[in-house]
Design a protein. Structure first.
Length: 122
């Protein structure tokens, strides 16, 4: 059963991650693409060190949905694959862990392209 405080902390932590990203874009010369890469790499490093799992335990979806959650998922997939398959898991674990999320993104992106009218920005 989900408690109200669980929802509150998911909202606060997820929102704080998003605010940090917006501040990095607004207050630095970093492009959105570089901020994206920073968040994914930070999540991967923190996940590899085991730090991000504590944040996930505390904030739930507030920590797993944003970009650092994706990096954490990659790190966890690699760790599990290395434990199961050895060194080849370094190459295969991340792909296995993220396959579902990437598939959903491609499918929804395709359907969005079908219903939208593409055009050049002016």
């Amino acid at each position: 059963m989900v408690k109200k405080m669980d929802i509150f902390w998911a909202f606060v932590i997820g929102g704080a991650i998003c605010v940090l990203g917006q501040l990095l874009i607004d207050l630095t010369k970093l492009t959105p693409a570089r901020v994206l890469v920073f968040f994914v790499v930070a999540g991967c490093v923190l996940g590899g060190l085991g730090v991000y799992e504590r944040l996930v335990d505390f904030a739930g979806a507030g920590a797993t949905v944003p970009l650092p959650g994706f990096g954490n998922l990659l790190a966890r997939g690699v760790k599990e694959a290395v434990d199961e398959r050895g060194l080849i898991g370094v190459l295969t674990g991340g792909f296995t862990a993220m396959a579902g999320g990437v598939t959903i993104a491609v499918v929804f992106g395709y359907f969005s392209a079908l219903v939208s009218s593409p055009g050049m920005k002016e």
